[in-house]
Design a protein around this ligand. Structure first.
Ligand code: FE2
Length: 505
């Protein structure tokens, strides 16, 4: 892409250490807090918003990287901020708002950190001030989804927060009609089965919760279109489980039990966050847990083992005869968080990049084959929503600009899994991309008929753009770039709904 000449209206932060490479300094600036809550029609647009693009993109991620100037230790500990971009009749409206979690409200009232974060944020006062404080701050910062008429902000270790999709006002914690109890987990990676036989061919939402321990419990929830929990099954798996995401097919849920151990002592004594006590165990195998969604009499969970690695995210899974295929982003090791480190000064070259792998599980012979699909550093896979759990052709990813090595995500990569062809659009050198979200064109008949939406942090102007790519021609660059009036700190996940939540004027 080319850099677009635009006026510099927001100050560019300059407090970055000189010893860091220039491209890392630029990347760091995307980790400034955005404390403001804004609401406006976007009027600085290059290109044209497709007239058929109607609906709302919701994004979630840590909006605050500090509390009144006290820096948090890791972005994953940052308070959840919802960004909403509503598309209507060729226009787009922006609104952002923080999830009013108990922790956010309390900390903003007193202007200091009151809670320990899972990823190492500590209360001021050293280990003595943190020892034996095990209460969790439900920061609601990982995903947001509109389902069953409810907008839910998700964080995997506690219950969702429900928001008003029009105002983004926080309505309170969501207990799914009493199915969840106070403090129950509900993962941040729900999957929508586009056509479920048990629901008369209607879509359903499948999600899970983990209760980790010496043996761990996986709870699977299935919600109908109205948001009602129609199935809840609980399964016990041996060993500690740190599972962030899963994959579904019409008949199975698939979990990767990463080879890690957990020693809670440094956490309990106030020296480390709980997430900093997770250790990767390279000598152990990864377990792949396959659980039937609607078990027939005698049908049981199956566990496979494969070569070690760490998986946060899966792209998709599908059934093929007696096999299940799962496409996942694998790391050679878990990127451990160190207490004395600064996440903004991460040495990308010292860490293993995420790469795309395909795992083929032979259900009859209990074997696993795996092969590398993509060696470029990549993350945040996304597929056409109608292909979830089914054989599919096109995959969209955030990717590094360079074909080799580990680096910040600056490009959108499209892989054609049938032809093995790639398309790449890069926002380098100034732009840093977020998760690409595929939105089908209404009435489209081809799997790549639609758009890819992504937020791009433009470090040259310290602001973010909403970028719209034609999914069939990702490499041609944006069909529209919507310049926001500010930046949005690097986010995590989001979803698109065809409901339009733009204001009426
Ligand atoms: Fe995730």
């Amino acid at each position: 892409m080319q850099n677009l000449p635009t006026p510099e209206r927001f100050p560019v932060p300059t407090e970055v250490p000189d010893r860091l490479p220039y491209h890392i300094k630029k990347w760091q600036k995307g980790y400034e807090s955005l404390p403001q809550e804004l609401d406006y029609w976007i009027d600085d647009i290059e290109g044209e918003i497709p007239a058929e693009l109607e609906g709302t993109l919701f994004r979630n991620g840590p909006g605050l990287l500090d509390v009144n100037g006290q820096r948090i230790h890791h972005p994953f500990d940052g308070d959840g901020m919802i960004a909403r971009i509503a598309f209507s009749e060729g226009r787009a409206h922006f609104r952002n708002r923080y999830v009013r979690t108990q922790g956010y409200v309390e900390e903003q009232q007193v202007g200091k950190i009151l809670y320990r974060g899972v990823f190492g944020t500590q209360k001021p006062g050293g280990w003595l001030a943190n020892a034996f404080d095990v209460k969790l701050k439900n920061i609601a910062n990982t995903n947001v989804i509109y389902w069953g008429g409810k907008l839910l902000a998700l964080w995997e270790a506690a219950e969702p927060h429900r928001l008003d999709p029009n105002t983004l006002e926080t309505l309170g914690k969501e207990y799914l009609d009493g199915v969840l109890q106070n403090g129950d987990a509900f993962a941040a990676h729900p999957r929508i089965d586009p056509r479920c036989d048990r629901f008369g061919g209607a879509p359903c939402l499948v999600n899970f919760a983990i209760k980790p321990g010496l043996s761990s419990t996986i709870i699977i929830y299935e919600l109908d279109l109205a948001g009602k929990v129609v199935q809840r099954n609980s399964h016990s798996v041996p060993g500690f489980a740190f599972i962030h995401d899963f994959a579904i097919t019409p008949n199975y849920c698939i979990f990767f039990q990463n080879p890690v151990s957990f020693n809670p002592v440094p956490f309990l004594l106030g020296f480390r966050g709980a997430g900093e006590c997770v250790k990767f165990q390279p000598q152990q195998l990864t377990r792949i847990v396959v659980i039937p969604r609607n078990p027939q009499p005698g049908e049981k969970m199956q566990i496979f083992e494969t070569q070690s690695g760490f998986v946060f995210h899966h792209a998709n899974a599908f059934e093929q005869g007696d096999e299940i295929c799962i496409d996942s982003i694998c790391y050679e090791s878990f990127p451990e968080v160190e207490p004395e480190s600064d996440y903004r000064e991460v040495d990308f070259q010292a860490l293993s990049p995420g790469k795309m792998w395909r795992f083929q599980l032979d259900l009859k012979n209990k074997t696993v084959r795996r092969r590398l699909l993509e060696s470029r550093c990549c993350e945040f896979p996304f597929v056409h929503p109608e292909q979830v759990g089914r054989p599919y052709q096109y995959l969209y990813l955030g990717a590094a600009h360079a074909a080799q090595g580990n680096a910040p995500l600056q490009a959108i990569l499209k892989i054609d899994l049938k032809t093995d062809r790639r398309q790449l659009w890069s926002a380098a050198p100034e732009g840093y991309v977020s998760e690409p979200i595929f939105v089908p064109r209404p009435g489209g008949t081809c799997e790549h008929e639609g758009w890819v939406l992504t937020l791009v942090y433009d470090s040259a102007h310290h602001r973010s753009d909403v970028v719209i790519l034609d999914a069939a021609h990702v490499d041609r660059g944006p069909v529209a770039r919507l310049h926001l009036k500010h930046h949005i700190p690097y986010g995590l996940h989001g979803n698109f709904t065809s409901h339009c939540f733009a204001p009426s004027n």
